[in-house]
Write a protein that binds this ligand. Structure first.
Ligand SMILES: *[C@@H]1O[C@H](CO)[C@@H](O)[C@H](O)[C@H]1NC(C)=O
Ligand SMILES: *[C@@H]1O[C@H](CO)[C@@H](O)[C@H](O)[C@H]1NC(C)=O
Length: 220
């Protein structure tokens, strides 16, 4: 009788341990995200997968010696990269003016408009911009600002620090920044009133480049 009770107790403990083990196994088999492991991505059916399939794929891939999860190419709408320059000097002008460009290195995605000098974000996301300018004048300073929707974000500047001793030799300045933009936000360079920016066909010392680092929604 005592022996039977002990056996039942042992069986009970084994059953509890067994069900715990099952629970742990179930939790570890829960769907994981496949490509992008952002929070809450499990709710997106495109990011979930069957763990059994993963194991099979992984085993097969290892056997073949290939990466089981190669990076996915970015959809074409997210390829945004431009680089433009001036081939001639500009300024001084009587007022602040959106800087026009006459040379295009690249404009993937077509978001930079040579007619207006405006970059218009085709998709909400995080963008990188860089710009540069050169001063070659004893009389005028060089000042270019990077503007977003009517607000100045950053500038490049070269001036004669000693007005008694003006220096016409070249001075170069550049700046870069990472900006979050919403779709249709506009970014452009502005040359300040009474400022100059020197450039040539050979050097293209005045230039503006930008590209999309990553869109807010990778499936937009
Ligand atoms: C800028 O200067 C030009 C030339 O003097 C003038 O015609 C134009 O009205 C000015 N623009 C602004 C916004 O002040
Ligand atoms: C600016 O760039 C020009 C052309 O590349 C160069 O000749 C000049 O020395 C540079 N100026 C300075 C101050 O580095």
């Amino acid at each position: 009788m005592e022996f039977l009770r002990l056996r039942l107790a042992v069986l009970g403990v084994l059953a509890i341990v067994g069900s715990l083990g099952l629970r742990v196994t179930r939790a570890s088999a829960a769907p994981k995200c496949r490509w992008v492991c952002d929070e809450g991505s499990n709710r997106d059916s495109r990011l979930t997968y069957d763990s059994k399939m993963e194991m099979n794929e992984g085993r097969q891939a290892r056997r073949l010696g290939v990466d089981p999860y190669p990076p996915q190419p970015t959809p074409p709408t997210h390829r945004v990269a431009f680089s433009v320059a001036r081939t001639t000097p500009i300024g001084p002008l009587p007022n602040d003016t959106i800087l026009p460009f006459d040379f295009m290195f690249s404009n993937a995605g077509g978001a930079f408009d040579m007619e207006t000098g405006l970059f218009t974000a085709p998709v909400s996301g995080t963008y990188f911009f860089s710009f540069r300018g050169q001063k070659r004048s004893a009389q005028y300073l060089m000042y270019l600002g990077l503007w977003k929707n009517g607000e100045e974000m950053a500038g490049v500047y070269e001036d004669n620090l000693d007005p008694q001793n003006p220096n016409p030799s070249p001075g170069n300045a550049s700046n870069n920044l990472i900006l979050h933009l919403f779709e249709r936000d506009q970014v452009y360079l502005m040359i300040s009133d009474n400022a100059i920016a020197f450039s040539t066909v050979f050097g293209k010392y005045v230039g503006f480049s930008g590209f999309l680092l990553f869109p807010d929604n990778p499936y937009a």
